[in-house]
Design a protein around this ligand. Structure first.
Ligand code: 5AD
Length: 460
C-alpha cells in the first residue's frame, strides 16, 4: 500500500468551518491509507498541510502568517514539504507561490484524492536533485474544480470520541453576492444516502452517539429521491444514535417537512442555526439571499410553534456595501424581535471575484464605521443572549460530556440545545450522557452541578 519511500509523516493543520475540519479528517484518512503516519505537531512531520479558509480576508492573513512561520522549520530541514490546501488555496492558486515562495503544494478542495500522487511527484523531483540543494520546486498547483467530486468511498480519519462530523454535501448552488464559497468549492454535490447511513452505522459501532450532518446549504440536500428531511429522519433512527445536528441550513429550505422531522424525531436536537445575514429587505436583496425579513420571521414562528424548546443561532454581516445606518438599525431590530440564543457577527470583507466587489466604489463602508456597527450589534446580541441564558438558571438538562474543562477536575458538556456547561467530574467519562443543573452563566456559557449518575453509552 505504501507508495512513498521517504515522506512518511504528515501533519494537517485546519482553519475555518466545520466542513474544513471534516476535510482535514478526509485528508488524514487519504494519507493514512497511503502509508503515512499522521503526527500531532509540524516539528514531527515530513509534510505539513495547512488546510485553509477564504471566507474573510482576516482568515487568509492568518494563514499567510502561519506558513511564513512554518518556513522557519523548512530552513532547518529543507526537505520539509509545505502544502496549502482548501478554499484559500483554490482562491489564490499559483499566486500563493508569489506571496509565499516556500510553499511546495497548493491544492483546492476537490484535489484530495490526488494528494498521495502529488506528494510522490514532489518527492521524486527532490530525490533526483539531492535533498540538500535548497532548490525551490517543483511547485505543484492542483486547482481543478469538479462537478462530481464528493469523495464517495473514502474514509475519514476521525479522532476518537462521542461526536462525529458527517459531510453529506459539498459546494453550493447559491450565489450570495458577498460569498466566495461557490467559487472555491464549485456547485452542490450530494453524497449517496446509503453510504451516509452506512457510515453513521459504522460510527455507532465505534462509540459515536452524536452526529452532525454537514453541507454548505445542508438542507437543500437531495439524492436518489431522498430529501433532506427524509435523510435526517433516517439518520435519527439509526440504532445507537442519540443526537443529530446539522449545519448550515439555508432559511428557504427550512420547510414544514423539515420542521416536522425535527419536532418528531427524538434524536434531532432542539437547536437550529438560521443564518439571517441582515434584517433589511433591500440589503437581503442585494446580498441575493432570496428571502425577505418577513419570510425569515415566518420560518422562526413555524419552528417555534412546532418545537417550543428550540434554541436559535444566526450569522450576521454588517456594513455590506451600500448598507445605510438605517438599514443596519433594521438588523438590530431583527435581533430584538427574534432574540437568537447566539449570533456570529462579521464585518463585510470584500472577496475578489464575488459580485458584491463590483458594486460602486463609493458604497464600500470604511472600516472604522463598520467596526462601530459590529460593536453595537455584538452588544445587542450578547445582551439578549445573557438575558435568555439567565432565565435558564435552575433548569436540569441532559448533557453529553465532550472534553476536559479549563481547570483540573472540570469537564465540559453540551446540552441538546447547544449550550456549553462546565461542571466537576472525571475526564474518564467523556462520551457519557448525564444530567446537569444549570447554576450560573457567564452570559454565553454555564457552570452547573451533576444531578444523576451518568449511564454508560454504547453498551446496549
Ligand atoms: N464578509 C463577511 N462575512 C462573510 N460571511 C461569508 N462571506 C462573508 C464576507 N465576504 C459570513 C456569513 C456566513 C458565515 C459563515 O460567514 O455570515 O454565514
Amino acid at each position: 500500500m505504501t507508495k512513498s519511500t521517504r515522506l512518511k509523516r504528515a501533519y494537517v493543520e485546519t482553519y475555518g468551518c466545520q466542513m474544513n475540519i471534516s476535510d482535514g479528517e478526509l485528508m488524514e484518512g487519504i494519507l493514512a491509507n497511503d502509508g503515512f503516519e499522521i503526527v500531532e505537531a509540524p516539528e514531527d512531520a515530513d509534510v505539513v498541510l495547512v488546510n485553509t479558509c477564504a471566507i474573510r480576508e482576516h482568515a487568509e492573513n492568518r494563514v499567510l502568517g502561519r506558513v511564513a512561520q512554518l518556513n522557519g522549520l523548512k530552513r532547518e530541514r529543507p526537505d520539509l514539504v509545505i502544502g496549502v490546501t482548501g478554499c484559500m488555496a483554490q482562491r489564490m492558486g499559483e499566486t500563493l507561490f508569489e506571496r509565499a515562495p516556500y510553499v511546495d503544494l497548493v491544492m483546492g478542495p476537490d484535489g484530495y484524492r490526488g494528494l498521495p500522487d502529488a506528494l510522490e511527484n514532489l518527492e521524486g523531483y527532490r530525490s533526483d536533485r539531492g535533498s540538500n540543494s535548497r532548490i525551490r520546486g517543483p511547485q505543484l498547483a492542483i486547482l481543478d474544480l469538479s462537478l462530481g467530486e464528493n469523495y464517495q468511498g473514502l474514509e475519514q480519519r476521525r479522532t476518537e470520541g462521542p461526536t462525529a462530523w458527517i459531510p453529506i454535501q459539498r459546494g453550493c448552488n447559491h450565489r450570495c453576492t458577498f460569498c466566495i464559497v461557490p467559487y472555491v468549492r464549485g456547485p452542490e454535490k450530494n453524497r449517496n444516502p446509503l453510504e451516509i447511513l452506512n457510515e453513521v452505522r459504522d460510527l455507532t459501532s465505534r462509540g459515536v452517539t452524536e452526529v452532525t450532518l454537514l453541507g454548505q446549504t445542508v438542507n437543500s440536500y437531495t439524492s436518489m429521491d431522498l430529501s433532506f428531511p427524509n435523510l435526517l429522519s433516517e439518520v435519527a433512527r439509526v440504532e445507537g444514535i442519540r443526537r443529530v445536528r446539522f449545519t448550515s441550513p439555508h432559511p428557504n429550505d427550512v420547510t414544514p417537512e423539515l420542521v416536522e422531522v425535527m419536532a418528531t424525531e427524538p434524536a434531532v436536537c432542539e437547536h437550529l442555526h438560521l443564518p439571517a445575514q441582515s434584517g433589511n429587505n433591500r440589503t437581503l436583496k442585494r446580498m441575493l439571499r432570496r428571502y425577505s425579513v418577513e419570510v425569515l420571521l415566518e420560518k422562526v414562528e413555524l419552528v417555534r410553534a412546532e418545537i417550543p424548546e428550540i434554541a436559535l443561532s444566526t450569522d450576521i454581516i454588517v456594513a455590506f456595501p451600500g448598507e445605510t445606518d438605517e438599514e443596519f438599525r433594521d438588523t438590530l431590530e431583527l435581533m430584538r424581535t427574534v432574540r437568537f440564543d447566539e449570533a456570529f457577527t462579521y464585518k463585510y470583507s470584500a472577496r475578489e471575484g464575488t459580485p458584491a466587489t463590483r458594486l460602486p466604489a463609493d458604497e464600500f463602508i470604511p472600516m472604522p464605521e463598520a467596526q462601530v456597527r459590529l460593536e453595537e450589534l455584538i452588544e445587542v446580541s450578547r445582551g439578549i443572549q445573557a438575558e435568555i441564558n439567565a432565565r435558564e438558571i435552575g433548569r436540569i438538562d441532559e448533557v453529553l460530556i465532550e472534553r476536559v474543562g479549563r481547570y483540573p477536575g472540570q469537564i465540559l458538556g453540551r446540552t441538546r440545545r447547544n449550550k456549553v456547561v462546565a461542571f466537576d467530574g472525571d475526564s474518564e467519562r467523556i462520551g457519557c450522557y448525564t444530567h446537569v443543573g444549570l447554576e450560573r452563566t457567564t452570559g454565553a456559557t454555564f457552570a452547573g452541578k451533576e444531578t444523576s449518575q451518568p449511564e454508560l453509552v454504547g453498551q446496549s
